[in-house]
Design a protein around this ligand. Structure first.
Ligand code: ZN
Length: 187
């Protein structure tokens, strides 16, 4: 069983170094990206959509050229454990999701997926064994077409200097930057 060009064990090592530990979500995410890439038409330049911000984006960033930073990976917040890769030129692509029905026979994967056990109760070795055995049998694939306003690259507008903090910001946020408007994470 391979995850794109990696063996399962090689992939676990990459996950550990990138994500900090062998999180089940990133490992399953590897299977999902592998399935998506295999189901795309050959060698097209693609973008990615991820429907959750936890774990899955890291699998996409490890295995594809799509990252948050380069803008080829967009996160939308449906919260479903799903991702899509699509042709940049026409929005056509494949969506892969972790299928709750197919997960049913896999006790540990199910407990992780549906949060039936706390993290401390989960047996990570057993989950990884189940993931390796299950492979892509726990996934479902759909052919999708991405809505044009999501598929299109967003162009940044003009930049202004905020009169309050003196830092550069996108001028379409208003007369002062959003941080100075109150949306700051800092106390
Ligand atoms: Zn400001």
């Amino acid at each position: 069983m391979r995850i794109l060009e990696h063996t399962f064990e090689e992939y676990l090592k990459i996950v550990k170094s990138f994500h900090g530990y062998e999180a089940p979500g990133v490992v399953i995410g590897g299977l999902m990206v592998d399935a998506a890439v295999r189901n795309l038409a050959n060698d097209i330049p693609y973008n990615a959509i991820c429907e959750t911000q936890s774990c899955l984006p890291d699998a996409i960033q490890i295995l594809t050229p799509c990252t948050i930073g380069n803008g080829w990976l967009k996160i939308i917040y449906s919260g479903r454990y799903a991702m899509a890769l699509y042709d940049k030129s026409n929005g056509e692509g494949v969506r892969v999701f972790l299928d709750a029905e197919k997960v049913e026979p896999w006790k540990e994967i199910k407990a992780w997926y549906l949060k039936l056990k706390s993290k401390s109760e989960q047996d990570s070795g057993e989950i990884l064994r189940e993931i390796k055995d299950a492979g892509d049998s726990i996934l479902s694939i759909q052919h999708v077409c991405i809505k044009p306003h999501i598929a299109m690259k967003k162009h940044k507008g003009k930049i202004a200097l905020c009169p309050k903090c003196r830092e550069a910001y996108p001028s379409d946020s208003g007369d002062i930057c959003t941080a100075c408007q109150g949306e700051t994470p800092y106390l």
